[in-house]
Design a protein around this ligand. Structure first.
Ligand SMILES: NC(=O)C1=CN([C@@H]2O[C@H](COP(=O)(O)OP(=O)(O)OC[C@H]3O[C@@H](n4cnc5c(N)ncnc54)[C@H](OP(=O)(O)O)[C@@H]3O)[C@@H](O)[C@H]2O)C=CC1
Ligand SMILES: Nc1nc(=O)c2c([nH]1)NC[C@@H]1CN(c3ccc(C(=O)N[C@@H](CCC(=O)O)C(=O)O)cc3)C=[N+]21
Length: 293
């Protein structure tokens, strides 16, 4: 088993991003600028947004955190997005999901100017990605492709099984792996909560990407020898043994599945760190007007 090490790859790519940011600063006198909007106090979201902001600073980006209490109205939030859209100093806008029930995430996603949509969730970016046109690619699937590329994992002609079909991970991941790109060129199967016998598909997977949010869902009996495993799950449980008071678990039983895998991502230290890189790279591309003129 070889580790797909998110810490190693993300540190390496952060170095490249920092160099590119320094170049922008020298040439234009400005830094790429990301604005993150966080509604409410959910523990996980707070941690992830804090990490995005911290990493922006680390690579020489400007970042702004806009916070709202969970009783903010949809109207007020949409108004804020409209204001950020027209601010020429801002390259990227993300609104952290999930949002409170009274706010329609679809409305918020569509309100963000697709030219600043560094999460890549806007229908314009999703459509452009599907057609292989320049677009912002959702950060987690983007980060996973960067990781596979870094380790030279072969994907062409392989059977890739994606478990989960969410708008932010499973669905865009399946599109990327089926595209005529590297990584890509896979035959892709998408499994979800209405798939009757998931094991039938996972057992045939050469590449298995799991994003469902269920601790240890994938067990060793569900995979074949030599499989490449990408574990997106971030299941937080309270713990008395860690400093933070939480412990993170993936969707894959790492201890046993790793014995059969050729490559596998750990949790933490895998996909989560690559998500940050996807976001930073999209923000950089926006500042450089690489996707939209
Ligand atoms: N590492 C990272 O950077 C990121 C990690 N995450 C983590 O990844 C996990 C998934 O996130 P996200 O995609 O947003 O989750 P969602 O809850 O939006 O989607 C979960 C998906 O999994 C499917 N599913 C749920 N239960 C089962 C089951 N028993 N069998 C098969 N399929 C099932 C659902 O099916 P259906 O559509 O039928 O409901 C759905 O498509 C979470 O743990 C999340 O915290 C998320 C984003 C980034
Ligand atoms: N609009 C939006 N964009 C997102 O990209 C988005 C979102 N909403 N909602 C929630 C998910 C989740 N997500 C993570 C980001 C970083 C880590 C991360 O840094 N993980 C580290 C450590 C985390 C820890 O220790 O708690 C790791 O895996 O090693 C994880 C998960 C982004 N998401």
């Amino acid at each position: 088993m070889q580790l797909l090490d998110g810490k190693y790859v993300s540190e390496k790519l952060k170095g490249e991003i920092a160099e590119a940011a320094a170049k922008i600063l020298a040439e234009t006198g400005r830094k790429p600028h990301l604005v993150a909007v966080l509604v409410g106090h959910d523990g996980g979201s707070e941690t992830y947004v804090a990490s995005k902001i911290k990493n922006c600073e680390a690579v020489g980006f400007k970042s702004t955190l806009v916070r709202y209490e969970s009783d903010v109205t949809e109207e007020e939030l949409l108004g804020k997005v409209a204001e950020l859209n027209t601010d020429a100093d801002i390259d990227g806008i993300i609104v952290q999901l999930p949002l409170p029930k009274h706010i329609d995430p679809e409305k918020v996603t569509e309100k963000i100017d697709h030219r600043k949509d560094v999460d890549g969730f806007h229908p314009v970016n999703l459509g452009r990605m599907q057609r292989n046109l320049p677009s912002f690619i959702p950060a987690t699937p983007y980060g996973i492709t960067l990781m596979l590329k870094e380790y030279g994992v072969e994907t062409a002609g392989k059977h890739c099984v994606v478990v989960g079909r969410s708008n932010i991970v499973g669905s865009p991941m399946s599109i990327l792996m089926a595209r005529n790109t590297t990584p890509g060129n896979c035959t892709v199967t998408i499994c979800h909560s209405r798939t009757p016998d998931i094991k039938k598909f996972t057992l045939d997977a050469d590449i298995l990407i799991v994003a469902i949010g269920k601790k240890n869902f994938i067990t060793a009996d569900m995979v074949k020898e030599g499989v490449v495993v990408v574990d997106v799950g971030m299941n937080r449980e309270t713990s008395t043994t860690t400093k933070s008071g939480f412990k993170l678990y993936g969707d894959v039983d790492f201890e046993n599945v790793s014995k059969k895998a050729s490559w596998i991502t750990p949790v933490p230290g895998g996909v989560g760190l690559m998500t940050i890189i996807g976001l930073l790279k999209n923000t950089l591309a926006s500042a450089n007007k690489e996707v939209y003129k």
